[in-house]
Design a protein around this ligand. Structure first.
Ligand code: IVH
Length: 663
């Protein structure tokens, strides 16, 4: 296929996809793809149509200006059109916007406001009374939804002023607060109705309700931000005026003398916006002074005196270039989608986890597919949706391997996990070593993927213990390893011997033992030996440690190869006991305990460790100095002595109570 034919095909596919998406969005109020993805495809289609104007279809979404007002409400022309805003996505683009502005009017002080993610409304007050409320519609005319707007409690029905202007137009954003959105969707779920995709859609859907009672129950809210024919001189004064009239005005705004101040505002809200109780997707930067605004005027669609800085979307569309299988340190086979690079939440994403076979099946994802990826905060990027309309004809469903792609051992299915059962599988060994060397485990520097691959391939390293037998001399013979870096690696391996027992335990890579579980375990089981001897019941006696984890730890220490590993690590001087004392609390400081008899869950060692971690001291015989006796089953002479001396006796449960309350 030549490029033009490919482009034509793509143009037709995008056309069909966007048509359908627009229908779902505007007519059904039930969008299928996120706004950011719609915009992305819209821009791509626009670019292709720019290149090949002969292929523009009359009904293309790009040929329609604004949304089509719904039929049920009366359409009324706006006295002053509602413009939209130009968007910028980076400080570079923002600087270009300012450059143009400066060339027209010189430098101008700004005011920054949050861009509220809702729907613009135009309200009209006559002699202080609300007489009309319109949606933005296509900017020229909107729908008359006055009855619905009256139900919004933060919109005054009468202005709070003794001498209102004869007529006043107010603009602002209607929105649904996050909590109300949650509640609405919960109710819809309970009633088996389709869920709203996001607060903005819930808001749009609500404002188009024919029954104002329904609207009233949805708790819409409103921030006022503009008066198109204002009598004051600046945007800042306008906001103050609106506030004095009784409107809700967003409190987060800043007068910014120059762009560097604007940048600070934008940077601050990039994270901070996530803790607001309503959605914002950017910052609106406006020239504060109305005289300057008037000089700058409008382009065909948007004012030259304002611009929206949009935070990077957390969802975007891209192509699946391939599906590869990653083998983890427990042998689990995890499918990973290799993606065409795409900018997402400020980073470039090239891979996304597909979790497991089930997930592939439920997504119906294939190599070649267009997919929507999401990245929220620190989470690993994830594919949330496939767009089958854009699927290449020759694509085939992905077949999950029945053999380990590394060592060809037939795989095993455990629940939804597919695993390579071969403990000698080179991929599994590599993953274990990578984990051992990682920052949160033994923090060994200079041992990266490439070196590990060579060490495992040459069979020089078969277990993590083998790392401790490496010499600088032999390392320097490996690819891309100078004498100096070989020495550094060896030094880092040396140092890792004195990492904490908690880090070592995490580094062992026992299934279900993450960093915090390892911390918890080592607080009570202060050596590998103690943990190896612990029964699942003794382990579950620890707060926050469930049976599955306990069983997994127990099983791990029962495997001969793991016992051999612990022995080898011990012989290489790796820390397997708690060295530094890490007090959990000082609740038992200054108190002396004696333990006797068999406790229901804690072993003698575990109980001692527990007391010590809370600052207490454990001794072996009862005397006048003993603060408490901890007694279990078959307590003998110590119990009678304690009773004789009037020393309080605790059972295990009382001890736990003492630890949680301190009294
Ligand atoms: S001023 C002529 N200020 O963003 C300028 N708009 O993308 C009119 N929006 O249609 C807009 N918060 O619905 C302005 N603080 C704010 C805003 C805001 C949200 C919306 C508004 C507008 C859209 C433009």
């Amino acid at each position: 296929m030549d490029q033009a034919t490919q482009d034509q095909q793509r143009l037709q596919d995008l056309h069909a996809l966007l048509q359908r998406a627009a229908y779902r969005y505007y007519v059904l109020d039930d969008p299928e793809i996120p706004d950011s993805v719609y915009d992305q495809y819209y821009r791509e289609l626009q670019a292709l149509e720019g290149q090949y104007p002969q292929w523009i279809q009359a009904d293309s979404v790009t040929q329609r200006v604004g949304d089509q007002p719904a039929a049920d409400f009366q359409t009324i022309a706006h006295r002053v059109p509602l413009y939209s805003l130009d968007n910028v996505f980076s400080f570079e683009e923002l600087a270009l916007w300012e450059k143009r502005l400066v060339s027209l009017v010189g430098s101008a002080p700004y005011i920054c406001e949050l861009k509220i993610d809702g729907l613009a409304l135009a309200l009209t007050y006559e002699n202080g009374v609300l007489v009309q409320g319109l949606t933005r519609g296509n900017g020229q005319a909107g729908e008359d939804i006055t009855a619905n707007i009256r139900t919004i409690r933060s919109i005054p029905l009468r202005l709070l002023t003794p001498d209102p202007p004869a007529r006043l137009e107010v603009r602002g954003e209607a929105f649904i607060p996050a909590a109300a959105f949650q509640r609405i969707n919960q109710e819809r779920l309970a009633q088996g109705e389709a869920l709203f995709a996001n607060p903005r859609n819930a808001c749009a859907g609500t404002l188009r309700q024919l029954d104002p009672k329904v609207v009233s129950g949805r708790r819409l809210d409103f921030f006022a931000y503009a008066v198109p024919q204002s009598t004051v001189q600046t945007q800042g004064e306008t906001l103050d005026l609106l506030q004095s009239y009784g409107f809700r005005v967003n409190p987060h705004r800043a007068q910014c003398p120059d762009l560097s101040q604007v940048q600070l505002f934008i940077e601050h809200w990039r994270q901070a916006r996530h803790s607001l109780p309503y959605g914002t997707d950017g910052v609106v930067i406006k020239v504060d002074d109305f005289t300057l605004q008037a000089e700058l005027g409008f382009s065909s669609k948007a004012p030259r005196w304002a611009v929206a800085f949009k935070y990077p979307p957390e969802q975007a569309a891209t192509t699946v270039l391939g599906i590869t299988i990653q083998i983890g340190r427990t042998g689990a086979l995890t499918p990973v989608a290799e993606l065409a690079p795409v900018a997402l939440a400020g980073t470039i994403v090239t891979r996304a986890t597909l979790h497991n076979q089930e997930r592939i099946a439920s997504l119906e994802v294939r190599v070649g597919d267009q997919v929507i990826v999401r990245k929220a905060g620190e989470i690993i990027p994830e594919i949330i949706k496939v767009l089958p309309e854009l699927r290449p004809e020759e694509s085939q469903p992905f077949i999950f391997p029945t053999q380990c792609p590394e060592c060809s051992t037939p795989t095993l299915k455990e629940d939804i996990l597919i695993r390579c059962p071969n403990p000698q599988c080179p991929a599994v060994i590599r993953a274990r070593i990578e984990h051992w060397c990682s920052r949160s485990a033994l923090d060994i520097q200079g041992v990266g993927e490439k070196l590990i691959a060579q060490l495992v391939k040459t069979k020089r390293v078969k277990t993590i213990a083998d790392l401790y037998t490496l010499t600088a001399l032999e390392l320097s013979s490996f690819e891309r390893m100078g004498t100096k870096s070989a020495q550094n690696v060896i030094q880092s391996i040396e140092q890792s011997r004195s990492q904490s027992w908690a880090n070592v335990l995490f580094g062992l890579g026992i299934r279900h033992v993450g960093q915090s579980i390892a911390q918890e375990l080592t607080k009570v089981f202060n050596s590998a030996e103690a943990l190896a001897q612990a029964s699942p019941t003794q382990i579950t006696a620890l707060y926050g440690i469930g049976e599955e984890i306990a069983q997994s730890v127990y099983d791990w220490f029962r495997q001969p190869e793991n016992q051999a590993l612990i022995k080898a690590l011990h012989s290489h001087g790796v820390t397997l006991v708690q060295t530094e004392s890490t007090l959990i609390s000082e609740k038992l400081l200054g108190q002396t305990f004696v333990i006797t008899g068999t406790l229901p869950t804690l072993s003698r060692e575990a109980c001692t460790a527990l007391v010590e971690r809370h600052g207490g001291k454990v001794t072996s015989s009862v005397s006048k100095k003993t603060s408490y006796l901890i007694a279990g089953d078959k307590a003998g002479s110590k119990l009678s002595k304690a009773t004789e001396l009037g020393i309080p006796v605790l059972d295990e449960q009382r001890l736990q109570e003492l630890l949680s309350t301190g009294s």
